[in-house]
Write a protein that binds this ligand. Structure first.
Ligand SMILES: *Cc1c(COP(=O)(O)O)cnc(C)c1O
Length: 382
């Protein structure tokens, strides 16, 4: 679909040795899961970000499902998360029978308003699932404090939050578990791919078993048991080593990728500042506790009509900009299950937020063109 636009919203890219590593994996004679490149990726994440344990998965969606299984979510349990998030954040828990209590966003950022969480906690609450929108950290000190006060699990949906930090500590290292995505729209990509980070070691042994179809095969290959068998209810959550090979090449170039994304982000921010100063749009804000990992660049429009007209203006010039989540509490699937609370900030971002084209290989000319189209839309000039 994107291919019909001269400037798409996103474009997957190779950063260096992706194809080389894939052929290396194939020639090594082993491309099933949990192979050499999978180990290399696990080690790299542990070393670079200090995660205790990681398991690559076929998606962030799968990692979230593993987390829900590991904390034993069952019928009637309650889980708190933002309404302004991707469906997978909620599906993982709904699939295991949980009821979701959706929290509203902050007024000036799509992240959950942490001051509203305590009122949502009941004796049935089992977990809080913060989503670090656009790689911007939720207020993790407050969330972890609430979790320990009420004895709740925290599963960070860090799908967008690779190489992002809260008070200098990497996102994904706070919750009992955390999940990342390497979908082609994220900073570091593998087509489809994800990772479960396990910070609370009580979950690791079972995580590895669920990952390998409910068997202790991983322990068997390490020589810890002399035969492997069915020891739990599990599934197949591990990706082929081909995916890990592609991902490893991307991770080797993390710094370069992040440097380029930073340039793109700052270009938009500087050029569009005038439009914010004149009241046409709002630009993203960062709380002082968080870094920016340059996952996306969004603007906040004055109205839904304004946003629709702008999308059409860009489309007419072959540029694709896209809005983001539709509040989950108003979705066709969940609206009748939602407890009825209004979540005005979540709805606000549903209607007003617009993401501009953003990918590693976008050129200066393309960026200039996108910016010029925003100016011609708002100011009638070219
Ligand atoms: C991308 C994303 C997901 C899903 O990731 P997949 O790897 O595609 O399963 C989940 N949550 C959030 C917040 C995301 O941005």
């Amino acid at each position: 679909m994107d291919q019909t636009y001269s400037i798409p919203f996103n474009k997957p890219y190779m950063s260096g040795k992706e194809l080389h590593y894939i052929s290396q994996a194939v020639l090594s004679g082993m491309i099933k899961g949990n192979g050499n490149f999978t180990h290399k990726v696990h080690e790299l994440f542990k070393k670079k970000f200090g995660f205790e344990n990681c398991l690559l998965t076929t998606s962030c969606t799968d990692a979230l499902e593993m987390a829900a299984m590991l904390i034993g979510i069952k019928e009637g349990d309650e889980v708190i998360m933002p309404s302004f998030t991707f469906v997978s954040t909620a599906n993982a828990f709904v699939l295991r029978g949980a009821k979701i209590l959706f929290a509203d966003s902050l007024a000036d950022h799509p992240n959950m308003d942490v001051s509203k969480l305590e009122a949502l906690i009941t004796p049935k609450t089992r977990a809080i699932v913060p989503v670090h929108y656009a790689g911007v950290a939720c207020d993790m000190d407050k969330i972890m404090e609430l979790a320990s006060k009420y004895n709740l699990y925290v599963i960070e949906d860090a799908a967008q939050a690779i190489d992002a930090y809260y008070k200098e500590r990497p996102l994904g290292s706070f919750g009992h578990m955390a999940t990342f995505s390497f979908h082609e729209t994220k900073n570091i990509i593998a087509g489809e791919g994800g990772m479960l980070v396990i910070n609370d070691q009580q979950f690791f042994e079972r995580a590895e078993i669920l990952w390998e179809k409910g068997t202790n095969r991983a322990a068997f290959f390490r020589g810890e048991v002399n035969k492997y068998g069915w020891v739990d209810a599990g599934s197949s959550f591990l990706p082929s080593d081909i995916i890990a090979a592609f991902l490893y090449a991307q991770l080797e170039n993390l710094e370069d990728i992040q440097r380029r994304r930073g340039e793109i982000w700052h270009y938009y921010k500087e050029k569009l500042q005038v439009l914010e100063d004149e009241g046409f749009i709002k630009l993203p804000v960062n709380q002082n506790w968080t870094t920016n990992n340059f996952h996306m660049f969004y603007i906040v429009c004055r109205s839904l009509d304004d946003r629709s007209a702008l999308i059409n203006h860009l489309k007419a010039h072959n540029v694709l900009a896209v809005f983001h989540y539709l509040s989950l509490h108003k979705s066709e699937f969940y609206q009748n299950k939602h407890d009825g609370r209004d979540l005005p900030n979540s709805d606000f971002f549903t209607d007003h937020l617009l993401r501009l084209p953003f990918f590693y290989e976008i050129t200066e000319e393309e960026l200039e063109y996108v910016v010029s189209l925003l100016f011609s839309f708002f100011k009638g000039t070219n």
